[in-house]
Design a protein around this ligand. Sequence first.
Ligand code: SAH
Length: 397
Amino acid sequence: MKTIRLRDGKERSLQRRHPWVFEGSVARGGADAGETVRVESHAGQFLAWGAFSPQSMFRVRAWSFVEAERIDAAFFESRLRHAIALRGRLGIASDAMRLVHGEADGLPGLIVDRYGDVLCAQFLSAGAERWREVIADALCAITGLSHLYERSDASVRALEGLTPRTGWLRGGVAGQTPTELAITEHGWTLGVDLAQGHKTGYYLDQRENRRRFAELVRQLGCRSVLNCFCYTGGFSVAALAGGARKVVSVDSSAPALALARDNIRRNGFDDAACEFADADVNHWLRDALANGRTFDAIVLDPPKFAPTAAHAERAARAYKDINRLALKLLVPGGLLLTFSCSGGISADLFHKIVAGAGLDAGVNAAILQRLEASCDHPTTIEFPEGEYLKGLALLKV
Ligand code: SAH
């Protein structure tokens, strides 16, 4: 077993069970990509077992902080069993959910989502990649499912020296087994495309917020709704389910919009009464304001503007701008659901940005609720960096 010795004073983060060892903390030692290493303090004290990643700024990601533990197939089976059992206890109102959420489930670099009877996984670190076959077998054995699709095409893989890979890892046959399927979320039927969709196909992290939106639309009697960055229309269906009469869905991806229209139709809503705009939200909001349009409710769920804190300043301006425009487009008493999924923007900072947007728009708003990712995307107390999605439900006063 190879050993990684840390620099003096760099042991504290692993001692607090934080799973990352940065490149600059390593005094000596090395291993192959994904190989299990023993990490020791400068004084030679055991700290963790982890996966070495020679090219990554995250030089080691810890698998375990228990010296007696062995990192083998049984270890992965046990971690996966635990993660999957947890989801079974959360009362999730959908047949689609995240089963494994990386660090939060003690499995850095591994994402596994379930869409009905099909699993979809992302192996995003050298360590997860190394154990890919073992993990695939364990996932099928534990869930009893035979079909596992791989979406290891996220850009972060390049930082680990890994090339993109997609396709059936278990069960399916390329070109024969369909990668389009339908899930049931809060009783709504939603089409998901595992191969072409974003991430593993769908934004499961917004599930509870879509339900909450439907409730608020109903409670507040919102008729006209604007869903910005709508993707496949999850919030649009939620709005219609909540009693909205007309929903405008805006996205810059034509395939996503086509699926949004399908999703509205397949739930029995009249897509002819809805509007679909293949447009840049920034421009669309400006035009809408110039044309004097107003809405009873607006959703802003943009992509990650700030992947890291280094991008925070530019991202803050972009968030502020769309929130300012949305607050102006709302009728008095209107509802705004606004989100940021940027790891580089804290909830605190996001609230300040939205407050700044309100000030610029000359609009005050009551915070109805602070929003976060669904419970199957947990943040743990040992790894607060895992928190990325934050949002606000605001009522324009
Ligand atoms: N709310 C969605 C997820 C949104 S993901 C859900 O609940 O499923 C972000 C979306 O923003 C993507 O569909 C992407 O195509 C779109 N997008 C990114 N930049 C955009 C822009 N400038 N204008 C319009 N859409 C954009």
